[in-house]
Design a binder for this molecule. Structure first.
Ligand SMILES: [Zn+2]
Length: 596
């Protein structure tokens, strides 16, 4: 985290993490829970039973009641540790063409750097070289223990009675198995296959022929210049204020929580945005409510083009997680902790629903303004929709390719888990699901390596499905999402309050009134662009007409203390500044002064 002071060291982190895992994997706690459930059956009230049942589920996720399974698990952890260590030392980079002669020179870049360069560099030779480098990650992991890891994970899962490691992972996190998961995913796959085929054909036609579909050309040709045109309307220094205004108009309350936001990038900062809870929210036995304490970070670089929109979307996303976890009202903190058995799509649904608003014309009309306070013109929004909407299916197919690949990988018989076979399998799945080689080669996806994130990607797919169903539900019920005061209280009551005491699929059905299906997502993707433009233009116009009706001076009340920090430095604090807007102003001044 690049924080100074003796209380922030890798050793201490390892120590506290070990203590927490020790607590969760303590067999005597599981035994005591079962004893109470059994012996006191007659006298326990409903709430006590609910808490004990949850304890049993939580401890069950961390305790392994088989010696052999524990041995395989330990072996897998060792192989994984070595593989991740080796992967971190892998030097990536591309042989880029020289300016002055026909030769090349090597430039070192991370995988994120390579993908970024591939998206924006106008020289096709550069983009191709970047993609070739991404492709080498697969050979590296396959040559450094990945096949052994797959086999060991499978042995471990089978020892515990699961079909394979994928089945084990889904069942632990979601409470349903691999078969049920892929019934849902297969529906989505079948329904969007014809869309993919026509989108690929149209893309090739619109962008200069079959070469447009080369994996190093797709994202470059799709992005166009619209990112640059959008940029002035999403000034990074305004992001905190925009999030606060938008959430408070939706009546989202954080129930007295405290939140530290560490938004700016700095050297050696952990290289991924995240949100965590040193203090989960819960209701104590005497009825007193313990508000949450949340920390979250992102890697914003306000000087880069497009950073304002990315920063804002990240903020809406992570603050959405924070709103969710601040509103869990249950009789133990274990209902509101972020690890298993808390479901991944359950958590991601809340954050992805709230960050989806930033893409809506109504939201943009109201909040996207340049530094002179002028709202974003419609023609930029139109161009954005025209360039991206027809090809959204590419993102969906790239998302589902990961679970299909991992499913097939863990289903290979042991003697087929070889470098050549796994390589061929990855290429086969890219061809089947994405229609050709992927801009992000499957074997380069970082999630597939570590225990925590492998066999987990389906969480994003199910969450997006539920986001589309939730959007459709609220749109049908109220006609609009932006600034709708009903949305906060309704999500808090039906989605957030239960925490992990209820299953993800049940919660979606209870809120939207129907079981989770891919119908609404598919309908959104299939909507003809002309029709979408008419709808969005109307929403844009309506939101513009409503501007000026008191949105600027209204105070913002989220019922939380916010501290904007940069590592150890506190940039602004609601307790010091007195109000949310005064805190935003202080942050804004700091960013403008530092980044210009
Ligand atoms: Zn998230």
């Amino acid at each position: 985290m690049a924080l100074s002071g003796p209380s922030y060291s890798v050793d201490l982190l390892t120590k506290t993490k070990g203590e927490m895992e020790g607590f969760l994997a303590d067999e005597s706690k599981l035994a005591r829970t079962r004893e109470l459930l059994e012996k006191k059956k007659e006298v326990l009230n409903e709430e006590q039973k609910k808490v004990l049942n949850l304890f049993e589920r939580v401890f069950g996720c961390y305790i392994m009641e088989s010696e052999t399974a524990r041995e395989f698990r330990a072996l897998a952890t060792r192989i994984e540790g070595k593989l991740e260590g080796d992967r971190n030392t892998l030097k990536l980079g591309a042989h880029l063409p020289n300016d002055k002669d026909d030769g090349t020179h090597f430039v070192e870049m991370s995988s994120v750097g390579l993908s970024g360069r591939m998206r924006v560099d106008p020289d096709e030779r550069v983009r191709k070289a970047c993609h070739e480098s991404l492709d080498t990650i697969g050979d590296f992991v396959l040559g450094n223990g990945f096949p052994e890891l797959i086999k060991t994970r499978n042995k471990f899962a089978k020892e515990l009675g699961y079909e394979d490691y994928y089945d084990y992972k889904v069942t632990q996190a979601e409470g349903f198995g691999k078969k049920e998961l892929f019934k849902i995913l297969d529906g989505l796959e079948t329904e969007t296959r014809p869309l993919l085929e026509s989108a690929r054909a149209n893309f090739a036609e619109a962008k200069g022929g079959q070469s447009a579909l080369e994996p190093w050309n797709i994202s470059y040709l799709m992005a166009g210049d619209v990112t640059t045109k959008l940029d002035p309307y999403f000034p990074f220094e305004k992001a905190v204020e925009q999030w606060g205004r938008s959430f408070s108009k939706m009546n989202i309350s954080y129930r007295g929580a405290t939140m530290d936001l560490d938004l700016l990038d700095r050297p050696n900062k952990y290289s991924n945005g995240f949100c965590h809870w040193p203090q989960p929210a819960w209701v104590k036995p005497d009825g007193e409510f313990q508000p949450a304490l949340t920390h979250f970070t992102s890697l914003a670089d306000p000087a880069a083009i497009g950073s304002g929109l990315i920063g804002l979307t990240t903020l809406m996303h992570e603050a959405g997680h924070a709103a969710h976890f601040a509103n869990i009202l249950q009789p133990s903190p274990l209902f509101s902790q972020e690890r298993a058995p808390t479901s991944i799509p359950y958590a991601e649904l809340q954050s992805m629903f709230l960050d989806s608003l930033v893409g809506d014309a109504a939201w943009r009309a109201r909040y996207a303004k340049n530094r002179d306070g002028q709202p974003i013109p419609w023609d930029i929004l139109q161009q954005d929709l025209e360039e991206k909407h027809p090809y959204q299916v590419f993102a969906l197919r790239s998302m589902i390719a990961v679970p299909y690949f991992e499913k097939a990988l863990y289903e290979l018989p042991d003697d087929e888990v070889t470098v050549d076979r796994v390589n061929a399998l990855a290429r086969q799945v890219e061809l089947d699901i994405q229609g050709g080689p992927s801009p992000r080669p499957l074997l380069s996806v970082p999630h597939i390596l570590s225990d925590e994130s492998s066999c987990y990607y389906h969480g994003y797919v199910l969450a997006e499905m539920a986001v589309q169903q939730t959007r459709e539900f609220f749109l049908n019920k109220y006609g609009s999402l932006t600034d709708n005061p009903n949305i906060g209280p309704e999500l808090a009551e039906k989605m957030w309050k239960p925490g992990n005491s209820e299953a993800f699929l049940d919660l979606v059905e209870q809120l939207t009134g129907k079981p989770l299906t891919s119908d609404d997502w598919v309908t959104t993707l299939c909507q003809p662009i002309d029709e979408l433009l008419i709808e969005e233009k109307e929403a844009y116009q309506e939101a513009c007409d409503g501007l000026g009706s008191g949105t600027v001076d209204d105070d913002v009340n989220l019922d939380m203390r916010i501290r904007l920090v940069d590592g150890d430095t506190v940039l602004a604090d609601t307790d010091q500044e007195g109000s949310f807007l005064a805190t935003c102003k202080r942050f804004e001044d700091y960013v403008v002064e530092r980044f210009g």
